[in-house]
Design a binder for this molecule. Structure first.
Ligand SMILES: *Cc1c(COP(=O)(O)O)cnc(C)c1O
Length: 357
């Protein structure tokens, strides 16, 4: 606290990211990064860009990257918006599309950055409870509203809803924007991007993606949104009032190559999904109940042992997972799907912990 701070700082509750500990030899399963490296083609493209040209500003429009994304998804480049990580994209979405007269709606248990942006930008919000099985119930979202946003699959539950539920939500919700944050879509969830192709593109659907999870480039900071060109134009107005160059030369080059290497994405995502299935089965035999996940993480709870205790005991053994002190999920652990070896280390540690408790 300082007397030099703007008054708005006192009202903020900043987002707390999962820790990035500097200790060596940790099994790090807390922030949903990919356990595999980025596409070798992305790394090569970044190396190629590492030249004296770095003295020059990057392309402010990110034309090549927008083209690559549009090509991959069968869209027009005018339907693509780029940002410095999808968190920045989301910030612009909140300010540019979701700051309305009515409150914006999102689930009570969801990505905890959403309420942080609401406070930062002075946006009213209302949370809608998940169902008893931690599922998003689209029928519970009232109209009118100032917009609706949720991840699909949801975080930190890992549970997804089918695309037809989102189509039903769009049909009922013609007068505000529906934002689907598809950060984890590549691990077995139906994407809403196909709805955006061609002339039937809904005016009010925005889909947000990141290269931080399935494309293993969390360190590069690249995210994007796709939707109707008028929504994208609105986001460009916010971006060009904030930072003309959100993506550096290395980020743009690496992202183009990563987007073009769909084979690598499919191969590494398939490995994560196999490890997930195995881990869920083994956890079940240890007495854990896991929510059905189509993400690269699971939310799981033991019938007899508290989440906070297990979190600490794992930590003492050099295994970092995530525990949320929030209502309804405080008994759970959120565990990122790592390699098979990391999963086995986790399972061995849990067996020891449960045996000694
Ligand atoms: C990780 C995550 C993001 C942010 O990703 P970045 O592109 O790294 O900023 C956005 N939404 C959800 C739900 C996430 O889990």
């Amino acid at each position: 606290m300082s007397r030099f701070w703007s008054p708005v700082l006192e009202t903020l509750t900043p987002y707390v990211p999962g820790e990035q500990p500097q200790m060596q030899r940790l099994v790090k399963l807390n922030t949903n990064e990919s356990p595999y490296g980025p596409s070798p083609k992305a790394l090569a493209a970044i190396h190629l860009q590492t030249t004296d040209d770095l003295r020059l500003y990057p392309d402010p429009e990110g034309v090549a990257l927008k083209k690559a994304i549009a090509n991959l998804h069968g869209l027009d480049p005018k339907q693509v918006f780029l940002g410095n990580g999808s968190d920045e994209v989301l910030a612009h979405v909140f300010l540019g599309l979701l700051k309305q007269k009515n409150a914006v709606l999102f689930p009570d248990i969801t990505y905890s950055f959403y309420p942080v942006y609401c406070k930062l930008f002075g946006i009213e919000y209302k949370t809608i409870p998940l169902g008893s099985e931690f599922e998003i119930k689209v029928a519970d979202y009232p109209v009118p509203n100032g917009g609706i946003i949720f991840p699909n699959p949801n975080a930190p539950t890992g549970r997804a809803i089918p695309r037809k539920d989102i189509e039903a939500l769009l049909a009922k919700n013609k007068d505000s924007v529906v934002v689907v944050d598809e950060a984890y879509v590549d691990y077995g969830t139906e994407s809403c991007i196909p709805l955006l192709r061609g002339a039937s593109c809904p005016e009010n659907l925005l889909v947000v993606h990141t290269l931080s999870k399935s494309r293993a480039l969390a360190g590069l900071r690249v995210g994007f949104a796709v939707g109707d060109p008028a929504l994208i134009e609105g986001l460009e107005r916010v971006k060009n009032s904030f930072n003309s160059y959100p993506l550096g030369r290395l980020a743009q080059a690496g992202a183009v190559a990563a987007i073009e290497d769909q084979a690598y994405l499919e191969e590494t995502s398939a490995k994560v999904m196999q490890t997930r299935a195995h881990l869920v089965k083994e956890l079940h035999s240890l007495g854990f109940d896991t929510l059905p996940s189509t993400a690269n993480f699971i939310l799981t709870r033991h019938s007899k042992h508290a989440g906070a205790k297990l979190y600490q005991a794992l930590r003492d053994r050099g295994i970092i997972v995530r525990h949320f002190k929030s209502l309804r999920i405080e008994e759970f652990l959120r565990i990122t799907i790592g390699t098979n070896e990391q999963s086995n280390e986790l399972l061995t540690a849990l067996k020891e912990i449960l045996a000694s408790a």
